[in-house]
Design a protein around this ligand. Sequence first.
Ligand code: NAI
Ligand code: MG
Length: 372
Amino acid sequence: TTYSLLILPGDGIGPEVMAEVRKVIGWFEQNRGLSFDVSEDLVGGAAYDAHGVPLADATMAKAQQVDAVLLGAVGGPKYDNLDFSVKPERGLLRLRKEMDLFANLRPAQCFDALADFSSLKREVVAGLDILIVRELTSGVYFGEPRGIHDDGNNPENEGGRVGINTQRYTSGEIRRVARAAFELARKRGNRVCSMEKANVMESGILWREEVQWVHDNEYPDVELSHMYADNGAMQLVRNPRQFDVIVTDNLFGDLLSDAAAMLTGSLGMLPSASLGAPMANGRPKAMYEPVHGSAPDIAGQGKANPIACILSFAMALRYSYDLGAEADLLEKAVEKVLAEGVRTADLMGPQGGTPVSTAEMGDHVVKALSAL
Ligand code: NAI
Ligand code: MG
């Protein structure tokens, strides 16, 4: 088997962290006999500079054909004043939309060596390993009607300007993301907690009923619980280890996954995946990317932590190539490097020390792969 991968390094630190993933791919080819068909293309500001658009049609077409897309980051001050239609993040949005990537996976995993970086106490987060599945293509960020209207009334009294967004979900949209969550749970701790606000929202009632329906009819073996999302936010910081997989809508998922991120420490450590419908080979359409942005404040200085991007590639190994053992190995290598005290600048504690560069961190991970 040859595993196809489209690499879109993007802007800022994107190309820097992607170079370290290349080393990891090379290691798996040389030492595990795996064969990757890697192509590389432009996205974001880099694509705008070359083509006048943040994602060329040819790149979009390529993304539709590969087993997986791995994206670095897009954006930067140079592009901040561009017209909305060609802003770097539009490249990202186009990929998500046209590949119909409806399930956004945000793992929150606490490596023991970094437990003291968590916003919470070590004893609350040590060993934490949860996965938030956020619905990504619908809900209040997309629902119609939307807009700002002026109803002509006195803004100090009964009217004036009105801002409108609509939370709208269909059964099908809820069922497909619920299925993704149940499938993932079967490969982990076999538990799903669904979060909504069925107490005050009709879309929340529908969400709860449809998730329950998918469970009862298709995944009765997986343990399912329901929780109001506000309580979920509380539970995430009170006792996050009670969860395995959390499935929730676009808006709540946006907030809950950012809160969960801070349970684990640095932004430079966080991977993500966005999955769509199964392709002909049975594996989902998929794009993987670190949670962080292009970090213009440190770009070009060799300071970026490549681990978020490396762990995003580990997710690709697991979910797009069905190489679970290799994904485990790569995660263990990262854990080993951290346990040895190797740190990029973002992982330096108050006690200080000498940080390693982006390239050195990549070298350490590759060395750890060989040592395991
Ligand atoms: P950011 O994530 O780029 O940076 C926030 C802070 O975290 C900065 O101090 C940065 O140096 C640090 N940081 C981020 N990644 C790091 C890494 N791997 N290693 C070490 N330190 C790291 O977010 P910010 O500053 O809000 O946005 C910068 C640019 O990135 C903007 O143009 C924004 O639009 C874009 N952006 C792109 C995203 C994407 O491509 N998915 C996501 C978020 C922001
Ligand atoms: Mg967010």
